[in-house]
Unconditional design. Structure first.
Length: 128
C-alpha cells in the first residue's frame, strides 16, 4: 500500500469514527421510541452531509464538488442497505440487543465504505 493510500485509510478511520459516533448517538437516542431499523436510517441520513464534508476535505483532500456531493449519498446507500440488513438480521432473527446491532454492522461496512467513498469523492487517484 502506498504512503498516500495509507494516509487516506488512517484519516478515513478517524473521520469515520467521529461521524459514526455522531450516528450512534442519534441511533441510541431514537431507537427506544422508533425501533432499530428506522432509527438506523434516520441516523444515516443526518450524517451523510457531515460525512461528505469531512471525507472530501480532510480524508481525501479534495475540494467540494457537485459530482462528489451527488455521488457520496448514492454510494453510501450501499452501506445503508448492507448495514440495515445486518441490523435487522441481528435484532429480529438472532436476538442480538438493539444497542449492539449497529456495532456489528459498522464492523462489516467500514472496509466497504472506504472503497466506495474513495471512488465517490476522489477526482484523482494516488499511486497504489
Amino acid at each position: 500500500m502506498s504512503p498516500a493510500l495509507r494516509g487516506h485509510a488512517a484519516r478515513y478511520l478517524v473521520a469515520g469514527g467521529a461521524n459514526t459516533a455522531l450516528s450512534l448517538a442519534i441511533y441510541w437516542t431514537l431507537q427506544p421510541g422508533m425501533g432499530a431499523v428506522p432509527a438506523y436510517i434516520v441516523a444515516f441520513c443526518v450524517t451523510v452531509l457531515t460525512g461528505y464534508a469531512i471525507h472530501s476535505r480532510w480524508v481525501f483532500r479534495e475540494p467540494w464538488h457537485w459530482r462528489g456531493l451527488l455521488r457520496f449519498p448514492v454510494v453510501q446507500l450501499v452501506n445503508l442497505a448492507v448495514g440495515s440488513a445486518i441490523v435487522a438480521l441481528m435484532v429480529h432473527r438472532l436476538d442480538v440487543p438493539a444497542w449492539a446491532a449497529p456495532l456489528v454492522a459498522i464492523a462489516i461496512t467500514v472496509p466497504l465504505g472506504f472503497v466506495l467513498v474513495r471512488a465517490a469523492v476522489a477526482r484523482r487517484r494516488p499511486p497504489s
